[in-house]
Design a binder for this molecule. Structure first.
Ligand code: NAD
Length: 355
């Protein structure tokens, strides 16, 4: 069982949570002993970065709006050069997983502490996992140094996350908790966080208003879910679902959160016979009878994409993805078998219900 034998090392991170808490940014930068923070963002999120810079006043060394999807190595080099030119002693990463990933890339090569302010539900802020893309290949690794030292979760900043992105980002978070419940190195603390993360995120997503910007409790619930699910991702190993999504993203350049949204139900269905207790816990947390069917229904109810086809994947790519997925062995509760994974990919491609 999950709790019969384990080693659990808690990752140190300070979490500041609440509406409007972005105002705590200067005090939190100061608490890190920093005087010159470089604010990182994507070109699209410059406005939020400028708000942060204004709050920081003298403690802001500058804004670098160079974050891009998948952290291309050139962007990491440019950001590191900018940090050293401005004599920054801290990086404040405001945005989604791509921006926080850029902060991590800087921390990988320098002693700069990272303060993360997430605006999506991807969860990177709670993990020591980094990813950098060079020559079309994304290299990922675990390195304690890249774990953000402080995280400010302010639901105000995700109020504007478009509905469709909120849903796929939320299901991306749900995937961390779901796989965390059958992780080889799982433990009771992470199982509790995973279950509560699933509950908060599902309730938060269901409460979002499709037509309008939300400023209500649902956004805070989603962000709380993102924190819990991200913490699980940071502490225990993932399996089939995350590996398949990584392969699909790397091989075909499919969008991250949407790919997670489509694949999750199918990966859970594949693993279900091997880990019935974990599936029961997922189903219980999501208040449904079956974990895989419940995820599929949730995605459908929320209007999320249900097929890899609608994400732009061609049917002919199924065999290519399959061969990459089979080429790199990894731990999974159920052995990785070609026929089963081919069927899984076909179902996910066509948007059929999980079997
Ligand atoms: P993202 O960071 O790529 O953001 C997508 C787009 O949404 C960007 O243009 C961004 O500026 C915009 N955006 C972000 N927040 C917004 C908001 N509140 N309102 C409006 N626009 C907003 O997307 P993501 O899904 O957060 O991150 C995906 C990336 O993060 C992938 O590369 C993935 O591999 C990585 N990731 C890493 C980890 C880890 O532990 N290392 C965990 C999860 C994801």
């Amino acid at each position: 069982s999950l709790s019969s034998s384990f080693v659990y090392t808690a990752q140190p991170a300070r979490v500041v949570f609440g509406r409007g808490r972005l105002v705590d940014l200067p005090a939190e930068v100061q608490a890190l002993g920093a005087r010159r923070a470089l604010v990182l963002c994507t070109p699209e999120q410059r406005e939020i970065a400028e708000r942060a810079a204004a709050l920081l006043g003298d403690r802001c060394a500058g804004i670098h709006a160079g974050a891009r999807m998948h952290v291309p190595i050139e962007t990491a080099r440019q950001a590191a050069a900018e940090a050293s030119r401005l004599q920054a002693d801290c990086a404040v990463a405001i945005g989604g997983g791509s921006t926080i990933g850029l902060g991590k890339a800087i921390a990988l090569e320098s002693p700069l502490p990272i303060l993360a302010v997430p605006t999506t539900y991807a969860g990177s802020e709670m993990t020591p996992i980094y990813g950098i893309t060079a020559d079309g290949v994304k290299r990922t690794g675990r390195e304690p140094r890249v774990l953000p030292r402080t995280v400010i979760y302010d639901p105000d900043l995700s109020d504007g996350l478009p509905y469709a992105m909120s849903v796929t980002s939320g299901i991306n978070a749900i995937a961390h908790a779901a796989e965390g419940l059958y992780a080889r190195d799982g433990n009771p603390v992470m199982a509790l966080m995973a279950e509560q993360g699933l509950r908060s995120m599902a309730a938060g997503l269901r409460g979002l208003d499709r037509a309008a910007e939300d400023t209500d409790a649902s956004r805070a619930l989603c962000l709380e879910g993102a924190w819990l699910c991200g913490t699980v991702l940071g502490h225990v190993g993932m399996a089939l679902h995350h590996k398949l999504c990584h392969t699909l993203g790397g091989t075909l350049d499919l969008p991250h959160a949407q790919t997670h949204t489509v694949v999750l139900a199918h990966a859970l269905a594949y693993n279900a016979p091997a880990v019935p207790q974990a599936m029961a816990r997922i189903a219980h947390a999501l208040d449904c009878g079956d974990a895989a069917a419940g995820i599929h229904a949730l995605a459908g109810e929320l209007g999320a994409p249900l097929s890899l086809r609608e994400l732009g994947m061609h049917e002919a790519d199924i065999e290519r993805v399959l061969s990459v997925a089979l080429a790199n062995p990894y731990w999974n509760p159920r052995p990785i078998e070609a026929d089963g994974i081919r069927q899984l990919l076909r179902d996910a491609w066509a948007g059929r219900p999980p079997r």
